[in-house]
Structures are given as structure tokens and as C-alpha cells.
Design a binder for this molecule. Structure first.
Ligand code: MG
Length: 394
């Protein structure tokens, strides 16, 4: 049989309880990163990116309570045993009708989610070649030791320098033919890795250098470190808006989505709500979707007398569709009269309602402008708004 005819399967033993993680659940079920994917899911997804693999089997404990609640794109077998070797052995035994004697089996730790697919491909190809050439029975991924290595006694004192030349940290996957691995494990159910069982059974085992990212998550700190590796910083964008409208007789004074009692009203094509217009511009600007004029041209008779709350809502729908949502809004209104302080709470609440934001997301600060400028002369009202958007995707 030539190596090209061997199929390749992966067994992921995931029956351990991970007591060193000091967690309420086994480490393979701890979440990694903001996506909420668990360690086990991330590991399986990495293996799915290896084109040479024909099937992935995750082996869990018969009592496992978590696996059913996760979407795992692999076959799950309840073949877990008391030791890792027993789990792998029982899984291989359960697959005796599926996997042929000469097919290759990769055993990969559930707690190594950062294995590089290219390294796994390389391991498979090199193992096939090594077997064909009679060099070894299988191979494992391993990382060279770069640090100085010393032995420490029970008191915590250095007692011996260890020559680092030729030292490797053994990782996974470990890749062997099905029949040889199963018989080697049957003789050695206490072993902590497959390569030891294979060597004890008299087989030569080779190594393929692995990326040093292929770490095993063992302690609580490892999970923290891994999360900082996987989390992309949250994307945020900021937008600014400005508007002003003239004060005239015979119009309602509408600002911040509410009607306020006053002798004059704001003049404009729509209801002339200068505050909602500034916020609309800020929201659109932050998402780089243009401005209120390009969205709702005032040459369009459709918008004559339009409710600015509807315009803001419509603009924000486009922003939401582009994958952004408002974190908070801060605004300034410059008006000599009417007095706006008594209406601030109602305006804030109304804007939060229009945009369906959490309470406390909107802040409005009225200013009088000390009788200076058009606002101070009561000829008009101006507004400014700043908005922060966050991306929904990360
Ligand atoms: Mg306007």
C-alpha cells in the first residue's frame, strides 16, 4: 500500500476534568474570546482547516453534561475512560469498523486550540513519507526548547543544568497508523502521550517542528493569555453633527423629539428639530453614510413637514444594517429662549426611545450663549452632537 492510499482521522480526547484550571467546568468547555467559542470548538475548527483530514472524532466522558449544548462540527463519541490513553484506546476500539489498520490516526489535545493547520498538514505528509521510507512508525509535533533548562529540587533550589541541545517540548497532534497505535496503547493505558506508548512498544517516532503558538492551556493564567491573543480590539467610530434653524412666529417649537411651549417656533422644510438633525448627521457621519441632506433631500416634497424622529430612526436603521450601533450621544443646544433645562430629561428619554438605546445613553446640555450671536439675539437655535458607534461584529 502506498501512503497516498491511507486515510487520515483525528481523535480529540476531551474526557478530562482539567483540575489544574480551578474552574467549575472542564477546561475544554471554557470560553475563549468575545465570540464565546469554547476551547474545544476552537480546536476542532482549526482541525477542519486541514485538507488532508477525512474525519474528526471528539471523545468525551459518558457523563459529560456540556457537549450537547455546543455546536461542534465533529462526531462526538462517549468513549472517555479513566486516563487519556484509555480514552484514546476506547475510541479507536469503537471506530474499528470505520478506520482501516493502515490508516493514520492523529491524536490531538482538546486544550491546544492554536494548532496551526499548516503544521498539521506538514505532520501528515512527513509521517506518510517517514513510514514509506522505513524511517519511523509515526511522528509528533514538537517545539524546540530555546530557554535555558535547569533542574530544581523540592526546596526550590537549582541543582543541575540540563543541556538544552536536542531537547524538544512534545506537543500534539501525534500521528501513527491505527493498528500499531491501538496495540501500543493496549499495553500502556497509563501513558500520558501516545509517542511514549509507541516507543515502549519498540517503534521509532520522529518529530516535526511545530509553531510555538501551539500551546496547551493548563492553568487559569493560560486561558487569560489565550483570550488576549484571540480578542480583536472592539472597533469604534465617532461622529459629529451640527445644525441651526431660524426662530419664527407661527411655528411649533419642536426640539429633541418633543414639543415645547414657546412664542416662536423653528422654521424649516421638516418639523425643523435642530437637535434630532444634528444627531442624525452625527450617526450617519460616524458610519460614513453621508448626511441628512443626502438621505432626505429637502427638495423632495415627501419630507415637507416630516417628523424628524422618523428621519432619525430611518437613518439609524441604515447604520444598524452597516453593522454599527450607538454607544452614547452627547449634545449641546444653544438657545437664549425658551429655557430648556426643565425639558432635558424628557428630550433625553425621547431620543433613547427613538433609537431604542439603554437609559442613560443620551446627554443634552442647554446653553444660552450669553446673548451673543444669532442664538443670543433669539434669531435662531443651534445644536451640536457627538455620537460613538461600536461595531457589532467583534
Ligand atoms: Mg436641520
Amino acid at each position: 500500500m502506498t501512503y497516498a492510499n491511507r486515510r487520515v482521522f483525528v481523535v480529540v480526547p476531551a474526557a478530562g476534568c482539567g483540575s489544574r484550571m480551578l474552574s467549575d467546568r472542564p477546561k475544554q468547555y471554557l470560553p475563549l474570546g468575545r465570540s464565546g467559542q469554547t476551547v474545544l470548538q476552537t480546536t476542532v475548527l482549526a482541525l477542519l482547516d486541514v485538507p488532508e483530514i477525512d474525519g474528526i472524532y471528539v471523545a468525551v466522558s459518558p457523563e459529560d453534561e456540556y457537549v450537547e449544548t455546543l455546536a461542534i462540527p465533529a462526531a462526538v463519541l462517549r468513549t472517555g475512560g479513566k486516563t487519556r490513553a484509555e480514552t484514546v484506546y476506547q475510541t479507536l476500539e469503537a471506530l474499528s469498523d470505520t478506520i482501516a489498520d493502515e490508516d493514520l490516526v492523529l491524536v490531538h489535545d482538546a486544550a491546544r486550540p492554536f494548532v496551526q493547520p499548516q503544521d498539521v498538514s506538514n505532520l501528515i505528509v512527513r509521517t506518510q513519507k517517514g513510514i514509506e521510507e522505513g524511517m519511523c512508525a509515526g511522528m509528533v509535533l514538537a517545539v524546540p526548547v530555546w530557554d535555558t533548562v535547569k533542574r530544581v529540587d523540592e526546596k526550590g533550589l537549582l541543582v543541575e543544568d540540563v543541556e538544552r541541545n536536542g531537547l524538544m517540548r512534545i506537543a500534539t497532534p501525534q500521528c501513527f497508523p491505527y493498528r500499531q497505535l491501538k496495540s501500543a496503547l493496549a499495553e500502556n493505558l497509563e501513558t500520558t502521550d501516545e509517542s511514549s506508548a509507541m516507543r515502549d512498544a519498540g517503534y521509532a517516532v520522529g518529530v516535526v517542528e511545530s509553531s510555538s503558538r501551539n500551546i496547551k492551556l493548563t492553568r487559569p493564567q493560560d486561558i487569560e493569555d489565550a483570550r488576549s491573543l484571540t480578542e480583536t480590539p472592539m472597533k469604534m467610530r465617532i461622529g459629529i453633527g451640527y445644525d441651526s434653524h431660524r426662530l419664527v412666529e407661527g411655528r411649533k417649537f419642536i426640539l429633541g423629539g418633543i414639543e415645547i411651549e414657546h412664542t416662536l417656533g423653528l422654521d424649516g422644510h421638516s418639523d425643523a428639530d435642530a437637535l434630532l438633525h444634528a444627531i442624525t448627521d452625527a450617526v450617519l457621519g460616524a458610519a460614513r453614510l453621508g448626511n441628512i441632506g443626502t438621505f432626505f433631500p429637502d427638495t423632495d416634497p415627501k419630507y415637507k413637514g416630516a417628523d424628524s424622529a422618523v428621519l432619525l430612526k430611518t437613518a439609524y436603521e441604515a447604520v444598524r444594517e452597516a453593522g454599527w450601533s450607538v454607544v452614547n450621544i452627547d449634545a449641546v443646544v444653544v438657545a437664549q429662549k425658551p429655557k430648556l433645562n426643565p425639558h432635558v430629561a424628557a428630550m433625553q428619554t425621547r431620543i433613547e426611545e427613538i433609537l431604542e438605546l439603554d437609559e442613560g445613553s443620551v446627554s443634552i446640555k442647554p446653553k444660552t450663549n450669553e446673548k451673543l450671536g444669532f442664538e443670543g439675539r433669539e434669531e435662531g437655535v443651534s445644536t451640536q452632537a457627538v455620537v460613538l458607534l461600536q461595531s457589532d461584529c467583534c
